[in-house]
Unconditional design. Structure first.
Length: 115
């Protein structure tokens, strides 16, 4: 909820109503939520802070792209295993990639599958 100190907009109120509505069937949770939100708002007002924003802490050290995880030889072996009848799910587990990544690799190398 973005707002200037002490001022709420219509969209802020709608977000608040939706959030509280999600907890309305659980009065114990709703009361805790309302109390915590009020404490947060009061603390922000005392420090003259706007609503918190989200920011990146930088790139994760984990490799995300398949090209970073499999070299060309491994891709050729994966394709050969698929052509020999290995199920896609098994290939995904074996190479440590998702099923969708296996399917994407097979689509990308469709010409070599046809020959």
């Amino acid at each position: 909820m973005h707002r200037a100190a002490g001022r709420q907009t219509g969209s802020d109120l709608r977000e608040w109503v939706e959030l509280v509505g999600a907890y309305s069937n659980h009065p114990d949770l709703a009361n805790t939520l309302v109390s915590t939100a009020q404490q947060l708002h009061e603390a922000q007002a005392r420090q003259g802070m706007d609503a918190p924003t989200v920011s990146s802490t930088g790139r994760s050290p984990q490799l995300w792209r398949v090209a970073d995880r499999l070299n060309e030889d491994e891709i050729r072996l994966l394709i050969a295993a698929f052509m020999a009848g290995t199920p896609k799910v098994q290939l995904a587990k074996q190479y440590g990639i998702s099923l969708s990544s296996v399917k994407r690799l097979l689509r990308k190398h469709r010409e070599s599958l046809a020959s």
